[in-house]
Design a protein around this ligand. Structure first.
Ligand SMILES: *Cc1c(COP(=O)(O)O)cnc(C)c1O
Length: 358
């Protein structure tokens, strides 16, 4: 086969790969925006963007789709490429879904402590697991596996912010504003999210500025994460002892390349116990369980809501329901698991339940 013909075959494969992802998007519905009435705060409306309703159960579905399209259109992935990712779980679940859609081998490099149901979900979608004992080595191990297999390290932590279409294309921010259009306060005072790669906050923060909305962006960050320290001084980039947070998906020991502090208006550090308490109270209120990072988001929202109410302000807040609680049934929803880690969550649950008026 000549080089031209070989290139043509690759291009035909690429066309089909992109078509499959676009067709999947075309068949999918948008995620719901849930209004959570707050009887104690009649002037403030709180909304949850329910990212758990994606086919692979979390906001990482959007990221995985964008990362695959970016890598495909850069010609970094071909028909025989093994795709490798460093992931605490959720991204790998979504990427395994897209890799299978394209008929590609997929390997997830995960910390050995990752919740078992997430590993099951990765395998369910046809992915392979490569567990490492030290979470800080996931990047290097993923890179090494890529070299060894002649594959591609898709690298969410580097490419999340640039693979996502931040100006529109129904990204999470554009979707939120469209769904808020008929609400009492259609332009939220605040959008609150977490940071794992930092991709979601970068997309929302840029979109707010591009569309010239007055909305401010708050990132809720686990106490033992480097992001909020870096936000405060722009200097600290690494926690030498690693990340001591147990909230999966958010809070990192190093400032990831996709974390864009300049588009964030405020960061609120949240203790793990408060994330868990808020998660538990919200799950009771919704009648279905949510994940830990959703609790982190809610805890930060309640702080802003109290400040707004105290200042006599009215308005709306939007935050993210990042994933469901099923994946944490053996961890955050087990009292013994939490007690073994000295996570005293009951007071935060009581406070949250009172604030939600439930
Ligand atoms: C990844 C993740 C986040 C944070 O999103 P990023 O866009 O990566 O910053 C929050 N919650 C969960 C459950 C996640 O998996």
């Amino acid at each position: 086969m000549s080089d031209r013909e070989a290139g043509g075959a690759t291009r035909a494969w690429l066309d089909e790969a992109v078509r499959r992802i676009e067709a999947d998007f075309n068949r999918s519905a948008d995620t719901h925006l849930i209004h959570l009435p707050l009887p104690h705060y009649p002037g403030i409306d709180l909304y949850l963007k329910d990212e758990s309703s994606h086919p692979t159960g979390s906001l990482k579905h959007r990221l995985a789709r964008s990362l695959f399209l970016y890598a495909l259109c850069n010609q970094w992935i071909g028909p025989d490429t093994t795709v490798i990712e460093a992931s605490s779980g959720s991204t790998a679940v979504s990427e395994a879904y897209f890799a299978r859609m394209l008929g590609l081998r997929f390997i997830a490099v995960v910390p050995a402590t990752t919740a078992a149901p997430k590993l099951d979900a990765i395998r369910f979608h046809g992915g392979e697991i490569h567990a490492v004992d030290d979470p800080r080595t996931v990047y290097d191990v993923a890179q090494r596996l890529a070299v060894e297999t002649g594959g591609h390290y898709i690298d969410q932590f580097t490419y999340a912010e640039r693979a996502t279409d931040w100006r529109g294309n129904n990204n999470i921010a554009e979707s939120i504003f469209a769904q808020m259009a008929e609400e009492r306060f259609p332009i939220p005072s605040w959008i609150v999210c977490g940071a794992g790669t930092g991709g979601t906050s970068a997309t929302i923060g840029r979109f707010l500025r591009y569309r010239r909305h007055a909305t401010r962006l708050c990132v809720a960050d686990p106490e033992h994460s480097v992001f909020h320290r870096h936000f405060a001084d722009r200097l600290e980039t690494l926690l030498p002892e690693g990340c001591g947070s147990c909230i999966e998906g958010i809070g990192r020991p190093r400032v990831e390349p996709s974390f864009v502090p300049g588009v964030i208006d405020r960061m609120i550090p949240v203790a793990d116990a408060d994330s868990i308490g808020a998660m538990r109270a919200l799950s009771q209120r919704l009648g279905r369980s949510v994940g830990g990072s959703t609790g982190t988001n809610l805890w930060a929202c309640l702080r802003i809501i109290r400040e707004m109410a105290g200042a006599g302000m009215e308005g709306s807040l939007v935050t993210l329901l990042c994933d469901g609680g099923d994946r944490y049934a053996c961890t955050y929803y087990q009292d013994a698991w939490l007690a073994a880690r000295d996570i005293a969550w009951t007071e935060a649950e009581r406070v949250t339940r009172a604030a939600l008026g439930a």
